[in-house]
Design a protein around this ligand. Structure first.
Ligand code: SAH
Length: 257
């Protein structure tokens, strides 16, 4: 009988830590992370993990001490340098909680550098909990092998976003009423993708966006996508046409030797 491959493939636990890491760092994990490694993953003294701090790349570390609510690891060596992610900001109208969590998780996996919630006329979500979104982005980064966290910006009103935009950053406006083909529009360089809320942009907003210098309206095809689908589809297409999916990448998940 053929062996059933283990799924998920065995790999070292990967954790984000806020303290800066280096080749001789000692890291004290907080109670939550210690509990996860010790009680969920059953890591004891001598156990191995990968750590990253969002600044210095990724490091191989070993558990040195284990107490009730505390775990101390010592770094042994660097496994990867800090990565460069392409300069893509996703500016999106926040959606309801479950979809928003999903959006932040997936956008982080897809490799966006920055996420910015944009308040539009038809935005129905009143408050965006940034710390919650940051926690989701950290978890996604731990899981997908990022060494750099995606930044989460403060919510900003649409007109301010447009007024304060750096002109060198191309703004791709996902317009369900029509726009350029992605293959024609997307080009390498600093970029921002703007997607609207469930109810779409108002006509005034659409006029304002289209009148902003450096804006390119894009179409995501003949179907109306839900807000979170539109945002992620646009990011994936940008990564493939203008981002870092164009060059053959290293397979992640290979254990460091
Ligand atoms: N106004 C629409 C729904 C908006 S869809 C309606 O109710 O009929 C939410 C957002 O996703 C839009 O504002 C737009 O930014 C993006 N979007 C959805 N489908 C799209 C498409 N086919 N092309 C470009 N953008 C799209």
């Amino acid at each position: 009988m053929p062996a059933i491959p283990a799924w998920p493939p065995r790999s070292l636990p990967r954790l984000f830590v806020a303290a800066p890491l280096n080749a001789t760092a000692t890291v004290v994990l907080d109670a939550k992370q210690a509990n996860y490694l010790a009680n969920v993953l059953r890591l004891g003294v001598g156990g191995e993990a990968l750590l990253f701090d969002g600044r210095s790349g990724e490091w191989f570390a070993r558990v040195r001490e284990l107490a009730k609510k505390r775990m101390i690891l010592t770094v042994e060596r660097q496994t990867r340098p800090i990565e460069q992610v392409p300069d893509l900001t996703l500016a999106f109208a926040p959606v309801k909680r479950a979809q928003l969590d999903w959006l932040v998780e997936k956008a982080t996996e897809l490799g966006v550098a920055r996420l910015v919630p944009v308040i539009t006329h038809r935005t129905v979500v009143e408050r965006v909990k940034l710390d919650r979104l940051e926690a989701i982005a950290i978890e996604a980064a731990e899981q997908c092998g990022r060494t750099l966290l995606s930044e989460i910006g403060q919510p900003i009103a649409l007109d301010r976003l447009l007024a304060e935009r750096a002109p060198a950053r191309t703004l791709y406006f996902a317009d369900e009423q029509g726009g350029a083909r992605l293959a024609d529009a997307f080009a390498p360089g600093p970029a921002m993708i703007l997607t609207g809320p469930e109810g779409g942009f108002t006509d005034e907003e659409r006029t304002l966006i289209r009148a902003t210098p450096g804006v390119r309206a894009i179409s995501l095809g003949p179907r109306i996508l839900r807000a979170e689908t539109a945002a992620l589809a646009a990011v994936a297409a940008w990564m493939a046409l203008a981002g870092d999916w164009r060059s053959p990448g290293l397979a992640l998940g290979q254990s460091p030797s």
